[in-house]
Design a protein around this ligand. Structure first.
Ligand SMILES: *[C@@H]1O[C@H](CO)[C@@H](O)[C@H](O)[C@H]1NC(C)=O
Ligand SMILES: *[C@@H]1O[C@H](CO)[C@@H](O)[C@H](O)[C@H]1NC(C)=O
Ligand SMILES: *[C@@H]1O[C@H](CO)[C@@H](O)[C@H](O)[C@H]1NC(C)=O
Ligand SMILES: *[C@@H]1O[C@H](CO)[C@@H](O)[C@H](O)[C@H]1NC(C)=O
Ligand SMILES: *[C@@H]1O[C@H](CO)[C@@H](O)[C@H](O)[C@H]1NC(C)=O
Ligand SMILES: *[C@@H]1O[C@H](CO)[C@@H](O)[C@H](O)[C@H]1NC(C)=O
Ligand SMILES: *[C@@H]1O[C@H](CO)[C@@H](O)[C@H](O)[C@H]1NC(C)=O
Ligand SMILES: *[C@@H]1O[C@H](CO)[C@@H](O)[C@H](O)[C@H]1NC(C)=O
Ligand SMILES: *[C@@H]1O[C@H](CO)[C@@H](O)[C@H](O)[C@H]1NC(C)=O
Ligand SMILES: *[C@@H]1O[C@H](CO)[C@@H](O)[C@H](O)[C@H]1NC(C)=O
Ligand SMILES: *[C@@H]1O[C@H](CO)[C@@H](O)[C@H](O)[C@H]1NC(C)=O
Ligand SMILES: *[C@@H]1O[C@H](CO)[C@@H](O)[C@H](O)[C@H]1NC(C)=O
Length: 419
């Protein structure tokens, strides 16, 4: 759920860099009696500057590896007023990512994020001088007590020569009930950009310069497909944004604008000869598109969308499960593809919109797994009309000036002759 600023190209490149090899896993810390006090599920990637034996400076990039596990003897549930709860995750050859927690009467937070790394691990740090290093930093990760913290957005934590990028984070400390709470605190970066965000060292760019959180960013374009009995039957490239307005517990109106992050979006679907489904899941949000074939016109079209999502805990009704099955959008002839660069807003209910960006879709008949001839949407064609009018007007103007010049030349010629 990236809702952070920056140029789109840069954003895409950064997103790819950051997400390439990440995987989420779940970690649990228990006390002696077996009671679970911390649960965390997160992806982390690291970039570490180090020196080689020859004095060269290199940067190592790696992620929380498959073998990552909670180190029971370095983790702890803590003792109130005595020691802090600690989640210690070990991975690779002696690398350790550690979070220590603190709480107030209403909130808990990750007080300090510590990373201890083993420079002798030559698989990660080739030609390194060796030794162990230790960096730590305060974080902005905090949540209401008895709620789980959720942040799909990347959260980049800079510690001079080490940068840790967290994403897809779900965690809760000070657990009451062995399990994650049903209520969640959504991090600022995942929320709509319209709510003022005080401080978020969250950034999408893996550089040291931190991009400030800025206006709504268009979603990245994802590539989705469905394979049926006769091969690919849905091919869709599009950016997806869900826009939900909802009533808060305090009676005010909330807004949740969610951009689907393609690398974190799983998709599936099915087709028969006259209907096709494309289901997209991003975190706790699911969209199901239903396409139909209009046999009399030989066109495919989007007939319906189902939307299932969970809103922030401040919402009066946190579960959203709505649909609209009387659409007739994204229409094109069988064998052709529908394309639209302009943003298209699909009305689902008065409070729920699915916004599409840079769409290209083809359903049912797809040759060689590639898009067929393009049918441009009306909006794009309208956008084309203005440049055409301007161009025509300019051409007309040039013509008028030319004629005026020629007439003027002729007259002055005639004038000379009479003298
Ligand atoms: C992020 O988390 C969601 C839900 O837990 C999961 O479906 C998705 O695969 C995760 N993405 C990555 C890159 O781990
Ligand atoms: C952790 O995330 C992965 C996917 O990223 C998911 O499969 C798994 O169920 C999650 N675990 C918990 C406890 O939420
Ligand atoms: C801590 O646990 C790890 C593996 O879980 C083990 O290899 C190590 O010896 C333990 N250290 C201590 C001090 O118990
Ligand atoms: C911890 O300290 C707070 C205030 O300083 C006190 O109210 C609370 O009872 C203490 N808890 C324990 C278990 O000592
Ligand atoms: C650091 O890595 C080296 C090489 O892989 C290994 O021999 C050593 O045990 C590691 N140190 C720790 C503390 O795990
Ligand atoms: C490590 O050192 C060897 C020889 O000194 C060199 O050939 C190799 O390119 C170095 N590797 C890196 C990643 O610098
Ligand atoms: C604890 O979990 C059970 C089900 O697992 C649930 O019925 C109960 O309401 C939960 N209690 C609290 C305080 O969350
Ligand atoms: C969510 O929080 C509200 C109060 O803020 C509480 O009434 C409700 O039981 C909580 N729901 C769950 C599932 O924990
Ligand atoms: C979301 O929907 C609301 C209400 O329909 C609208 O005012 C707002 O402009 C929309 N925002 C986006 C980013 O589409
Ligand atoms: C697959 O192709 C065959 C032969 O062209 C056709 O009869 C059948 O209806 C097709 N199946 C689907 C699901 O389109
Ligand atoms: C969409 O929602 C409607 C109403 O809840 C339901 O009948 C239908 O099966 C759903 N379709 C899909 C594909 O989930
Ligand atoms: C369909 O999606 C899968 C998984 O992302 C991808 O490997 C495959 O190339 C896609 N097929 C087409 C025709 O785009």
């Amino acid at each position: 759920m990236a809702r952070v600023g920056g140029g789109r190209g840069l954003f895409l490149a950064a997103g790819l860099l950051v997400f390439l090899q990440m995987s989420s896993s779940a970690f649990e810390v228990k006390d002696q009696s077996g009671k679970v006090c911390i649960i965390a599920n997160l992806s982390a990637s690291f970039s570490v500057e180090y020196h080689t034996k020859s004095g060269q400076q290199l940067t190592a990039h790696f992620t929380l590896a498959q073998n990552a596990e909670v180190l029971a003897n370095k983790s702890s549930c803590g003792k109130e007023n005595v020691s802090a709860p600690i989640l210690a995750i070990g991975f690779g050859a002696g690398h350790l990512l550690q979070m220590s927690f603190t709480k107030t009467s209403k909130l808990y937070s990750v007080d300090e994020l510590t990373f201890i790394y083993n420079l002798s691990d030559t698989t990660v740090f080739p030609n390194s001088t060796g030794g162990e290093r230790n960096v730590s930093q305060k974080t902005n990760i905090q949540a209401d007590l008895d709620t789980r913290y959720r942040c799909f957005s990347t959260n980049q934590i800079n510690m001079s020569i080490v940068t840790i990028t967290l994403s897809n984070v779900t965690l809760q400390a000070y657990l009451m009930n062995h399990t994650l709470s049903g209520n969640e605190t959504v991090c600022a970066a995942d929320k709509t950009p319209t709510t003022p965000v005080a401080t978020t060292p969250t950034s999408q760019t893996p550089t040291t310069s931190q991009a400030p959180t800025s206006p709504p960013q268009n979603p990245m374009t994802g590539k989705y497909n469905v394979t049926g009995t006769n091969g690919t039957c849905v091919l869709a490239h599009m950016g997806l944004q869900l826009n939900v307005t909802y009533l808060k517990k305090d009676g005010k109106t909330g807004l949740d604008v969610l951009n689907f992050v393609p690398v974190n979006t799983s998709f599936s679907g099915s087709c028969d000869h006259s209907s096709a489904f494309l289901s997209l899941t991003f975190g706790r949000t699911r969209l199901v598109f239903e396409f139909l074939l209009n046999a009399s016109t030989d066109k495919f079209f989007l007939q319906g969308v189902n939307v299932t999502t969970t809103l922030p805990s401040e919402a009066k009704e946190t579960k959203i499960d709505v649909f609209n099955h009387s659409m007739s959008e994204l229409r094109a002839k069988l064998g052709n593809s529908y394309k639209c660069n302009a943003e298209e807003k699909l009305w689902v209910t008065d409070h729920v919109f699915v916004n599409l960006f840079d769409v290209q879709v083809q359903v049912f008949k797809i040759d060689e797994n590639k898009f067929g001839a393009v049918e441009e949407c009306q909006l794009d064609e309208n956008n084309m009309v203005i440049p055409i009018i301007v161009g025509a007007a300019l051409a007309g103007l040039v013509l008028i000036v030319l004629i005026a010049y020629l007439i003027g030349r002729k007259r002055s010629h005639a004038g000379y002759q009479t003298i």
